[in-house]
Design a protein around this ligand. Structure first.
Ligand code: PFF
Length: 443
């Protein structure tokens, strides 16, 4: 066990962990990414492959990531170093490298995710301004300008920092327990409302009907894999740090399934909301498809859907506010976990106070987001693609290698009998082989 784990913070309750980890998992990837990927990759075909990839790869990767933190009870750099030190030929350097890659990925992920989260907050405020008839305010928050992007990035980073300053129990856990039920309530109410709009049923059909030709395209498998890993927040150490804050007597297998189940449920619910809403927009004359694919993703959320809300009259402001608040909550609960990765490293390994660590990480993230905002065309999409298609799944692969090949299978994980043996073989052999197949197939 690592030397840094005495007197560490921990989650006060199991449900607190579940909401925090599900909060990290449920984000823009579920509510925005999943439905658009489904629509673009063969409807139900994508859902089937996504569920398969989830069960065969992403859930085991989540389990591997959580368990590395759970066993070491330390931040990702220490935890991975510790796991690799257990190997007879001693590979702590490999572990440290993996830890720093996770940490760097967490910061890059925050760099672009804070910009996206800022857009959501801005549009949520836009609905309030529109409801009170403040046109200048609406213009500022809804136009894609450098000033708007930077100020809302600052707002997102400050909100995240405010929660993390308060620590694991009073900050992360307490806020996740407030925000996640609210998110489910908002999502549920919106689905019920949207499904009754004219045109919505056509969207429902596209969402659920599989296009069998899509199964033959290797791109579908890479997209499903990237989406599944991103959705479960695997690969940047956020789940590892949450696993390290769990009490010793928790059943990790069951918790992994609960978190993955909630995440998949929300993604599916989001599909029931977004695609029918887009088709409702189409029925009032909006263009949503071109060449059989949905038009640009940001256009759909920030132009098409707001025009649908406008068509509902003043009440549309309420629907718009609920919609963008839902997306804002989803993104903030996700930025929390990736911020805790470098923060916990600075506290435990560099002996910084929590306040100093949060400040340093927030400034670094803001600097990176600013760089991205000023070089938007060059960096924004490139960073997202690099992280979601390659870095996250590759880190998931590394977690399989660590748990399957480097660290002796831990005796203190609460899975006994046949299930434990099968999982061990699955993580050791099947997962790495399957992942390599997906990567090779798209080369
Ligand atoms: N799971 C989040 C989403 O679906 O939007 C994205 C994410 C959050 C990835 C936090 C990684 C992370 F550490």
């Amino acid at each position: 066990m690592s030397a840094v784990n005495k007197g560490r913070p921990h989650f006060a309750s199991r449900i607190g962990f579940i909401f925090a980890a599900a909060g990290s998992a449920v984000g823009l990837g579920n509510i925005w990414g999943f439905p658009t990927q489904v629509a673009n990759h063969g409807g139900g075909a994508f859902i089937i492959i996504y569920l398969l990839v989830m069960i065969l790869l992403a859930v085991p990767a989540l389990y591997a990531e959580l368990s590395i933190g759970f066993i070491a009870r330390a931040n990702p750099v220490e935890a991975l170093r510790d796991a690799c030190r257990k190997h007879p030929t001693q590979k702590p350097l490999f572990g440290s490298v993996l830890g720093f890659v996770s940490l760097t990925a967490a910061i890059f992920m925050l760099g672009f995710y804070s910009i996206l989260a800022g857009w959501m907050l801005a549009h949520s405020l836009g609905s309030v301004f529109s409801a009170i008839g403040w046109e200048k305010g609406v213009e500022f928050v809804t136009q894609n300008t450098v000033q708007r992007n930077l100020s809302f990035c600052l707002l997102v980073t400050s909100l995240t920092a405010g929660i993390i300053f308060a620590g694991v129990k009073r900050g992360i856990e307490a806020w996740s327990k407030r925000l996640m039920p609210l998110l489910l309530l908002l999502l549920g109410s919106l689905i019920i409302y949207v499904l009754f709009l004219p045109g919505a049923q056509q969207g429902l059909a596209l969402f659920l009907r599989p296009d069998f030709d899509a199964f033959l395209q290797p791109k579908l498998y890479l997209a499903a894999m990237g989406q599944a890993f991103f959705s479960l927040s695997v690969g940047v150490g956020g789940m590892m740090i949450y696993g390290s804050y769990l009490r010793r007597d928790e059943n990790l297998g069951r918790l992994t399934m609960t978190v993955a189940g909630l995440d998949t449920l929300v993604a599916f619910m989001a599909g029931l909301l977004i695609i029918p809403a887009l088709f409702a927009a189409q029925s009032i004359g909006e263009t949503i498809m071109s060449n059989g694919e949905l038009i640009g993703r940001s256009q759909l959320i920030f132009d098409v859907l707001p025009r649908l809300f406008d068509s509902l009259g003043w009440f549309g402001n309420v629907v718009g506010f609920i919609f963008f608040t839902l997306l804002s909550i989803a993104s903030i609960t996700s930025t929390i976990s990736s911020t805790e990765v470098p923060v916990s490293y600075l506290i435990e390994s560099k002996k910084q106070s929590r306040n100093a660590a949060v400040l340093l990480v927030s400034i670094t993230v803001l600097a990176l987001s600013t760089l991205i905002v000023f070089n938007f065309e060059l960096l924004f999409r490139a960073i997202i693609a690099l992280l979601t298609h390659y870095t996250l799944p590759l880190m998931g692969l590394m977690y399989f290698v660590v748990i399957g090949w480097i660290r002796p299978w831990p005796s203190d994980l609460n899975n006994e009998g046949i299930f434990k043996t099968l999982l061990r073989l699955h993580i050791k052999y099947i997962c790495p082989i399957l992942m390599l197949c997906v990567f090779v197939s798209v080369m």
